[in-house]
Design a protein around this ligand. Sequence first.
Ligand code: SF4
Length: 362
Amino acid sequence: MRDSTCGSACTRLVAPTSMPPNLPALLAASLSEVEAVARAAGYSPHYARVARREVLSGRPKPRADVVPARLAEALGEAFAWRSSTVERAADDDDGAQKRLVRLSDGEVVEAVRLPGTGTPSACLSTQVGCAMACRFCASGLDKVRRNLGAHELLEQVSHLRELGPVRRAVFMGSGEPTQNLTALAAAMDVLRDEAELGPRHLLVSTVGPPSAVDRLTALGRRFTLALSLHAADAATRASLIPTQARVVPEELLAAADRYWEATGRAYQVEVVLLGGLTDTPEAISALVDLLSPRRARAHVSLIAWNPVPGMAFARPDAAAVASALSALRAHGISARLRATVGGAADAACGQLRARVLADGAR
Ligand code: SF4
């Protein structure tokens, strides 16, 4: 494994932390299991929730003045505070803080803390790798290796909260969340009940297909849906996401409409702007046609592509981005340019992990 150089961004190995003991993770246990340990140690079961909240807040273990030392010892004998460790850090001048998280079986995933505008967010991975193989994304290069457990999603929040506050969780890192619905639902429940993140602060991004969006809606959880449309034209979308070649963009949006009907919540439509491909006047005009009837429920999020080494796409130029934004707005469609942060720190999806794997760090 090699350490890398520092420029505008700095990628570095972090100080080695001791490997977690080979015990079930605290956040993998149910609340009642943790309560049982507290009771057996002679303490009120309410300490179970307190201890979990401490870890969810980003503490490697509960503070001594919050959880009595003898109880902490009993809990520490029954559970690992966290089952994963942070192995590498990449921080960017724009504030993005990417962490490479080593899971208990040796796999690695990325988690990124994004400073946002007053709402620091955690971008979380739901799978090791990704089966969707979007051509512009580094996470799809390695295919999917496995789903993450709910506690592994929550531990990413814990690791990122060690760096600073996190008030929003976006399931937008490596992996397709709808392929890991059980863990996703369980993690959202804990974040809602034990980390006080409301529906506006839980965002799930999916590329589809429509049946997957319907399954997500059927979970009955309150969250914000972000649909990774990327192109209104079916052939262009199929070329960018070959695993979705049969998905018709209109049908994908119809599934998002059903989410809106079921929840009353507007949804986001994500479009990655690739120079000369999805940022052209023709591509944006097709988007306008698709979204004009959906003005009241769809908000467009344009994302200027972060270059990934070896991928033959171009970052859009500033004029094309400005023109895409004004064309959408001129038709009454709510649109914004999502700040892309962390490009220098490999913060585009999957880049740090891909680079570390290429370095032979696994
Ligand atoms: S963009 Fe998302 S869905 Fe596509 S390969 Fe990357 S992680 Fe998977």
